[in-house]
Design a protein around this ligand. Structure first.
Ligand code: FCB
Length: 449
């Protein structure tokens, strides 16, 4: 073995409720914004997805066969509280069974409270641009903690607020499909506030726990090292990598970013007295999602809108990816993961990091009962080596969750993108371990590459 990981390194796989569960009307579940959004023409529905709501025992059996000791999943708010407020005991019972089954197999559950599936009833009240959702989210967090807190130690409040706010309310490519940049900024702030209040709620619930938030990062590359390119990269970097991170660290929104977005006129008025203190609850761990870098170029006209999810981030454009791409068109740059982890180590002193998602979509085929997904095996091998490099150079990385356990419903892309270690036939729901699953199981067993 060439690269050993530290003792106690947490190896896991990750999924999200809406992407795998299906059964969207079972046991009193209320509609979420993703049910409404995917009812639009041309979009695939998240039902049945992987039919995991009914097949969770089989899926946990697979996890157990693979010997991967941690499992990151999300709870659907609209199952636990169909209208966003009233508890549905059949919904909480599902997660109760899920956690017990994981523990019976010796697998440690890591719970994410919000992976984008807002109850539709709360969208009807304005969705995330409505500040009242922050308190409702804290109540929901406490409710889930009451049910699972005796067995779950690791909690993530929110997954990728960047996507929930800016893709959901900015360019509208995700649910709820709204295009209103000003509202998107307020949604971003309210998601952070919701995180802060939920963190307080979880800690008030007692017990020993680790609270984290999961952010998605995109290191920004440029072709030319001149002032204009550096400034274009700076703008995108601050929006993508620091809008959420800096307030969490108690530093508020970066002043340069506030200036970049000032003409939209909504963010600063949304920041009430005391908000920044609530947002800056100490984190036990930072969850890091990394898939690909972004490339930035300056636009000659400094007043020109950009092609990023918030066009009002003016004067820059995101360029198309290059080199080797995944089937989703994402650039494969493992070295950017090393750089990101080292930057986070410096930027967030003393904060342990866990890779909460990393993985790749490729077109996989079952041939004679096997899936030879060499490209995914290579992607994982290279990215794990990149994580190892960062650890060797001092980054405090405590774990790695492969995205994803199963091929699943990939949001606006429907079932066209396969990210799983396990192949799912969406007609028959048959599961087949891919070569990448065997590769990953082997890495986990040896705690190294
Ligand atoms: C991330 C999401 C996750 C999955 C991957 C591919 O942004 O958190 O649900 O869709 O991308």
């Amino acid at each position: 073995m060439k690269r050993g990981f530290p003792a106690g390194f947490r190896w896991g796989t990750a999924t999200a409720a809406y992407q795998i569960e299906g059964s969207t009307t079972a046991d009193g579940r209320g509609p979420s914004i993703w049910d409404t959004f995917t009812a639009r023409p041309g979009l695939a529905s998240g039902d049945p997805a992987c039919d995991h709501y009914r097949r969770y025992r089989e899926d946990i059996g697979l996890l157990s066969d693979l010997g991967v000791p941690y499992y990151r999943f999300s709870v659907a708010w609209s199952r636990v509280m169909p209208d966003g407020r009233t508890v549905e005991p059949r919904g909480t019972a599902f997660y109760d069974r899920l956690v017990d089954t994981l523990l019976d197999h010796g697998i440690t559950p890591m719970v994410t409270l919000y992976h984008w599936d807002l109850p539709e009833a709360l969208q009807a009240e304005g969705g995330w641009p409505n500040r009242a959702l922050a308190d409702l989210f804290a109540e929901y967090a406490l409710t889930v903690h009451k049910v699972l807190g005796d067995r779950v130690r690791q909690w993530t409040t929110i997954n990728e607020p960047f996507c929930a706010a800016f893709i959901g309310y900015g360019n509208g490519e995700h649910a709820p499909g709204i295009r209103d940049e000003g509202a998107a900024l307020v949604a971003g702030h309210n998601l952070l506030l919701a995180h802060g209040k939920a963190t307080q709620a979880l800690r008030s619930g007692g017990g020993e726990q680790e609270v984290s938030i999961v952010l998605n990062f995109a290191p920004v590359l440029t072709d030319v090292d001149d002032a204009a390119h550096r400034e274009a990269a700076r703008k995108f970097d601050f929006l993508h990598n620091r809008f959420f991170l800096d307030p969490l660290l108690g530093r508020g929104y970066p002043p340069e970013l506030l200036a970049d977005l000032a003409h939209l006129g909504t963010l600063e008025p949304a920041i009430a007295d005391g908000d920044l203190e609530i947002i800056a609850q100490p984190l036990d761990v930072l969850g890091v999602n990394y898939y690909a870098p972004a490339r930035a170029v300056p636009l000659e006209d400094p007043e020109a809108d950009s092609n990023c999810p918030l066009p009002g981030l003016r004067g820059m454009d995101v360029q198309p990816p290059r080199g080797e791409l995944t089937s989703l068109g994402w650039e494969q740059r493992p070295e950017c993961l090393t750089g990101l982890l080292l930057w986070l180590h410096e930027h967030c002193p003393g904060l342990p990091l866990v890779i909460a998602e990393n993985g790749a979509a490729f077109e996989d085929e079952v041939v004679d009962g096997r899936v030879h997904d060499e490209k995914r095996v290579r992607y994982f091998a290279e990215h794990l080596a990149a994580v190892h490099d960062a650890i060797e150079r001092g980054a405090d990385v405590r774990g790695y969750m492969a995205w994803s356990l199963l091929d699943n419903f990939e949001w606006a892309k429907g079932y066209t993108q396969r990210f799983g270690l396990v192949h799912v036939d969406f007609e028959t729901q048959e599961r087949v371990l891919k070569d990448s699953a065997r590769f990953y199981a082997d890495v986990v067993a040896r705690n190294g590459l």
